[in-house]
Design a binder for this molecule. Structure first.
Ligand code: SF4
Length: 308
């Protein structure tokens, strides 16, 4: 099968930095044990499992906030994830006497700084993001005055008579499609709003590569279902070029039926997907022959120790 390997793809600087921090703590025994991660260090279950083999405990309970989760830790080292952390959690870690390291990506920190500055200057801050994601959770903890908008419906419900100047910003891993429609509603209500587009560069260039690709029969995005930027790559492929697209965790998620009727497939991967996992998908597709069932075995042969 002919395969187009879209680039850039895979790890961004924020993910590389977060993984390096966890590896450093594993290696350096002067950090108190056990090692906890408050959430998933990056949204990829294969990485979380690989770190588990080194004894790293990822506290990732649906419905629980980071502030609730930190209460479960009484000793050891805590690592805050790439998605950002609230000042309240950091204070709590200090109060509890915990050793902690902050793996928040610098692009996320930039949004925290901008939001704090604009609140200080008296703006009404509107933040566009996804529900139940740790990045908005940390941003919203800055002030209860921040208005959280998750979709067009939320935007339509906003009071158009707000007296303050309006500042709008967003989660770093959204797509232009998410923002466009919400922003146009907000601009109608608040024509003078100040918008800071905070989709990070890593997300933008990966999405642009998907938008610029030639028309293919199918696009496979290798990434975790929890990964916001991986989900966005899939939807950008569908929206920009109407390319049928699937999000797969790895080669094991490929459905042979998808491949039997096509000739050309493109592959990309989320910013938190290990390269070895994407390479295995590409190698499988390259050797796949729809007329030869001997080429259809798509069990993953990647060992957990090879993920990191
Ligand atoms: S996707 Fe963007 S914001 Fe998220 S970790 Fe990577 S560079 Fe940072």
């Amino acid at each position: 099968m002919k395969v187009i390997d879209l680039t850039p793809r895979g790890y961004c600087h924020g993910v590389k930095n977060a993984l390096a921090i966890v590896k450093k703590v594993i290696k350096d025994e002067s950090y108190p044990r056990p090692i906890y991660v408050l959430g998933q260090i990056v949204h990829n279950e294969k990485i979380t499992k690989a770190f588990e083999t080194f004894g790293v405990i990822s506290l990732d309970q649906k419905g629980k906030t980071r502030l609730e989760m930190i209460e479960e830790v009484d000793h050891g080292t805590v690592i805050f994830t790439a998605h950002g952390i609230s000042d309240q959690v950091i204070s709590r870690a200090k109060e509890k006497g915990l050793t902690y390291l902050n793996a928040t990506c610098r692009d996320v920190l930039k949004v925290h700084k901008a939001v704090k500055e604009k609140l200080y200057e008296g703006y009404q801050v509107i933040y566009i993001g996804h529900k139940d994601h740790p990045e908005p959770e940390a941003i919203l903890s800055i002030s209860e005055k921040i208005i959280f908008v998750t979709d067009e419906k939320d935007a339509l419900l906003l009071d158009s008579t707000i007296k303050k100047e309006i500042f709008v910003t967003n989660q770093t891993t959204l797509s232009v499609y998410d923002i466009e429609s919400i922003l146009s509603i907000l601009r109608t209500k608040y024509p003078n709003l100040l918008f800071d587009d905070d989709i990070c560069d890593a997300t933008k260039v990966r999405q642009q590569a998907v938008m610029d690709q030639e028309i293919v029969d199918l696009m496979l995005v290798v990434g975790d279902p929890m990964s916001s930027n991986s989900n966005k790559l899939k939807s950008v492929g569908e929206k920009s070029k109407h390319i049928p697209s699937y999000l797969i965790r790895g080669v094991e998620d490929i459905n042979i039926e998808w491949l039997k009727k096509i000739n050309l497939v493109s592959v990309t991967s989320g910013a938190s997907t290990p390269t070895i996992v994407t390479e295995e998908v590409i190698q499988f597709l390259k050797q796949f022959n729809k007329n030869d069932p001997n080429t259809w075995d798509h069990h993953s042969k990647t060992l957990i120790g090879e993920i990191l």
